[in-house]
Design a protein around this ligand. Structure first.
Ligand SMILES: NC(=O)c1ccc[n+]([C@@H]2O[C@H](COP(=O)([O-])OP(=O)(O)OC[C@H]3O[C@@H](n4cnc5c(N)ncnc54)[C@H](OP(=O)(O)O)[C@@H]3O)[C@@H](O)[C@H]2O)c1
Length: 211
C-alpha cells in the first residue's frame, strides 16, 4: 500500500488486513509506515514505499495527484510484471469541486504512461470516502474498477469485495476518467447538500459477468 499512511490507504489496508489479506503499509519513511501499521493492528507491517512495492504482488497507490509522478518513479523499478492499482483523483486545489482532468485524459492513463507497458494498471476506489472506509460500517457506495486487462481488473473487483464494498467492472482504463471526474461532483454535493460523504450506486439487477 504505497502512501498507506494516508487517509485512503490506511483505511483500505485495515479493511483488507481484517479480511485476512497480507498487507504492507508503505511510506516515504519506513518508521512512519511501521508506526501506522502497528496502530492499525490486524498483523499489518510497514516499510519504505519502494520496499513495500517490491514485497507485494498487487501494489495499491494512494497518494495525492501532486505526488503521483514522483511516487511512481520511486516504485517503478519494483513493479515490473505486477498489478498497480492507482486510486489517484486528479484534484487540483483549491478548486477541488471543479473537474480538472490531466492532459493525458485521466490520472490512470497518466500512471500507465509513467510506469510503461510492462506494468498492468488498474484504477479504483475514486468515489468512496476514506473516513467511511476507516469504520466497520456498511458503505453506500459502489467501487468502479477500470483496466485494459480483464483478469487483473477482476482481481481488483474481488479486492474491493473483500474490503466489504461492491466492486464493479467499469471497463477499459480510459473509462477511469468518468469516476475520477465524479469525485469533484461528489465533493460539490457534499458541500451543497451537507452530506457526510456522498457515494455512487449503479442501479438495476446486475448479473455476474463470465470470468
Ligand atoms: N481521502 C479520500 O476520501 C479519497 C477518496 C477517494 C480517492 N482518494 C484519492 O486517493 C489518493 C490518496 O488520498 P488521501 O486522502 O489518502 O491522501 P493523503 O492522506 O493526503 O496522503 C496519502 C499519503 O501520501 C503521501 N504523500 C503526501 N504528499 C506526498 C508527496 N508530496 N510526495 C510523496 N508522497 C506524499 C503521504 O505518505 P508519507 O508521508 O507517509 O510518505 C500521505 O500519508 C488521492 O489521489 C485522492 O484523490 C481519496
Amino acid at each position: 500500500m504505497v502512501g498507506g499512511t494516508g487517509k485512503l490507504g490506511a483505511a483500505i489496508a485495515r479493511r483488507l488486513a481484517k479480511a485476512g489479506c497480507k498487507v504492507v503499509i508503505g511510506s516515504r519513511s519506513a518508521e512512519s509506515a511501521g508506526k501506522v501499521a502497528g496502530d492499525l493492528g490486524f498483523g499489518l507491517t510497514g516499510a519504505a514505499n519502494a520496499d513495500a512495492a517490491a514485497m507485494c504482488d498487487i501494489v495499491i497507490v494512494t497518494v495525492p495527484f501532486a505526488a503521483q509522478e514522483s511516487t511512481l518513479a520511486e516504485i517503478g523499478p519494483h513493479v515490473a510484471g505486477k498489478i498497480v492499482v492507482d486510486t489517484t483523483v486528479p484534484l487540483v486545489p483549491p478548486k477541488v469541486m471543479r473537474v480538472q482532468l490531466p492532459p493525458e485524459g485521466s490520472a490512470a492513463i497518466r500512471a500507465q504512461r509513467l510506469l510503461g507497458a510492462g506494468v498492468t494498471i488498474v484504477s479504483a476506489f475514486h468515489n468512496v470516502a476514506a473516513h467511511k472506509l476507516a469504520t466497520d460500517e456498511d458503505i453506500d457506495c459502489d467501487v468502479l474498477v477500470f483496466g485494459d486487462d480483464k483478469a487483473a481488473r477482476a482481481k481488483v473487483v474481488a479486492l474491493a469485495n473483500q474490503a466489504g464494498l461492491r466492486g464493479l467492472h467499469g471497463g477499459m482504463l480510459a473509462n477511469s476518467a468518468a469516476a475520477e471526474a465524479l469525485t469533484s461532483l461528489l465533493i460539490f454535493i457534499n458541500k451543497t447538500y451537507s452530506v457526510d460523504g456522498a457515494g455512487i450506486r449503479i442501479t438495476g439487477k446486475l448479473v455476474e459477468p463470465e470470468p
